[in-house]
Design a binder for this molecule. Sequence first.
Ligand code: ADP
Ligand code: MG
Length: 205
Amino acid sequence: MELGVYEVVKWFELANEKIQQNKEYLTSLDQPIGDGDHGINMARGYQEAVNKLQANEYKEPSAVLKDASMALLSKIGGASGPLYGTAFLKMSMAVKGKKDLAIGDLAEGLEAAVEGLKQRGKSEVGEKTLIDVWEPVANYFSRDNFEPKGISEIARTAMEMTKETVATKGRAAYFKEKSIGHIDPGSASSYYIFQALADVIKEKE
Ligand code: ADP
Ligand code: MG
């Protein structure tokens, strides 16, 4: 199984579909513990990324990831724009020069993305942010028992776990203990992104 330019573009297209379909839901998650714009931000950013990817031709996945990163960085806005922008830029750098991405390459790319997220967000896992989804998914790609059909489950469980924790980063941190009982909006958008990646990988198997 290897993902080339076509499949990486497909990843963004499928993620965009899921984000557009769940735009209202993502925004509703951001209402009780934020400012209610996450769905709007993500829908705008992902649509722009897909428009850009469809208008260009690419020689390798790294270039796709870089262009997507730039579009997300400039169009999502909020706290999550620079975070998603950084994640995909780091991933792009980690897989530079590769024509096709095997599971091990994706693992390296996702690991680099997680490092970038931690640096940019000055955060760690367990702070009720999208890192709570990115880190376990990145780790799963490196496991011996990795199976494409397991990705979605890992991401969903991680997203649901954010319901139990207190936010210590981002706007939700202002709500302190009151943030308990709510799913982190960024973790939910990340769940859609990894569901889309799982779909692309399964289709290629
Ligand atoms: P804003 O908070 O500026 O309105 P969004 O609503 O688009 O931006 O995004 C909020 C999401 O960004 C949160 O749900 C969380 O997952 C993520 N986030 C915010 N701050 C941080 C941070 N410091 N580190 C990691 N993720 C963060
Ligand atoms: Mg918000």
